[in-house]
Write a protein that binds this ligand. Structure first.
Ligand SMILES: *Cc1c(COP(=O)(O)O)cnc(C)c1O
Length: 220
């Protein structure tokens, strides 16, 4: 477990170096530590080391570990980074501080209804399928700007950024560049992009948050 704490420190150092190299303000990139498949015994040391922003990709898995951890560490900020089904919108709004995977009308409507009902508004990102991969979640790039507009104007949702997961077998650079361009066109400021293998590159392309799992916690 000392391992994860050491690796967390190493990732933080690399993020700081990438910020410097890209001429970005120190501390401008948020590290989202991705804890999927890991339990409280693995997560606790990282919490004790001061990490507060975490990502999970399944609502149900997150419900099994985070409510208890949030009692102990109330300032945790939990991000949903995996696909959301509309029948899980209630649980997602209740548990998550940020939902990064808004990608279709039905989800936008379900989230808007829950946000009204619970009087609790997680911050929202729209996921873009930058590689147009059929098996992958996310809105098509050519529809992304209009969808952000509909989230605002039709559903009354404040979208603060865009998120992407580039295809595994491609150079991620062009995907990061595309996401940055779409965010400018849509008038949103935040970019969630970059994982263990490419977070430094993502920072060079303007990422405001990076989602790093295995480089901290080890392989899953
Ligand atoms: C698992 C996951 C990550 C973290 O991946 P690593 O390669 O382990 O850093 C980032 N983003 C999403 C959406 C994920 O599902």
């Amino acid at each position: 477990m000392a391992d994860a704490v050491e690796q967390l420190a190493a990732v933080r150092t690399k993020i700081a170096a990438a910020e410097r190299q890209a001429g970005r303000e120190p501390g401008s990139v948020t590290l989202v530590a991705v804890t999927k498949t890991f339990g409280a015994p693995d997560i606790n040391p990282v919490l004790l080391a001061g990490q507060r922003v975490f990502g999970e990709n399944r609502v149900q898995e997150a419900q099994g570990k985070w409510p208890a951890l949030k009692v102990e560490f109330p300032d945790v900020e939990l991000h949903l980074i995996g696909p959301l089904q509309s029948n899980k919108a209630k649980e997602a709004v209740a548990l998550f501080d940020v939902i990064e995977t808004v990608d279709r009308e039905k989800i936008a409507a379900a989230l808007a209804a829950e946000i009204r009902k619970q009087a609790k508004a997680p911050r929202l990102f729209v996921q873009v399928n930058t590689g147009s991969e059929p098996q992958k979640a996310g809105i098509e790039p050519r529809e992304a700007v209009a969808f952000v507009g509909r989230c605002r104007n039709v559903h009354g949702l404040a979208v603060e950024g865009l998120m992407c997961i580039p295809p595994l077998d491609e150079n991620p650079g062009p995907h990061f560049a595309l996401l940055e361009k779409l965010a400018r066109e849509a008038g949103v400021k935040k970019l969630s992009m970059g994982m263990s293998g490419d977070y430094e590159l993502a920072i060079a392309f303007g990422a405001t948050s990076v989602r790093v799992g295995s480089a901290i916690f080890g392989s899953r």
